[in-house]
Design a protein around this ligand. Structure first.
Ligand code: FES
Length: 165
């Protein structure tokens, strides 16, 4: 018998996409990694009910799956925002005020490192040097790079993505 919280969560997640992914790799040796990668691709993260489904269908322990998920940084166990705002905290950016940029993001959207807004629009990540030190301080929003950031420019970038779907 499952408890109420579990039931609610399982109802919220449509497992059809996960089942499809598992069908595809089912008979392959070493199916776990490609299954996890494709499930994350389908959902944007690895929902807990999917972990249980994968364990059951691939006949592996859930603890083994969580071991893989926590070992590889590429996997996410929580929903992430549509726009991932990466604030570079490397030395050059730090010296040129990355802390102030991170604070601005926190003030405007209420999110710090690894946090996501409730509407699932933005996730903040503080990252190591992204290789654009000449433009410090630098942020990235998904694939877009924004350099020489100031509080005013942050407001403009945030407003731009807020206005997008
Ligand atoms: S330190 Fe930020 S881009 Fe290099």
């Amino acid at each position: 018998m499952s408890n109420a919280a579990e039931t609610v969560q399982e109802e919220e997640i449509d497992l059809a996409a996960a089942n499809e992914v598992i069908d595809k790799y089912m008979d392959m040796h070493g199916a776990l990694m490609p299954v996890l990668q494709d499930v994350q691709e389908a959902y944007g993260y690895i929902p807990e009910p999917c972990v249980h489904l994968i364990a059951e269908r691939l006949n592996v322990y859930t603890s083994q799956i969580y071991g893989v998920l926590t070992f590889y940084a590429q996997f996410h166990l929580e929903p992430r925002g549509r726009y991932i705002v990466r604030v570079c905290m490397g030395t050059a950016c730090h010296v040129k005020g990355a802390g102030r940029i991170a604070d601005t993001l926190k003030e405007r959207l209420g999110i710090g490192h690894a946090e996501t807004t409730e509407d699932l629009k933005f996730t903040a990540e503080y990252v190591a040097c992204i290789g654009a030190c000449g433009m410090a301080p630098v942020i990235m929003v998904n694939d877009g790079t924004y350099g020489s950031m100031t509080v005013q420019k942050m407001d403009e970038v945030i407003a731009k993505y807020k206005a997008m779907d």
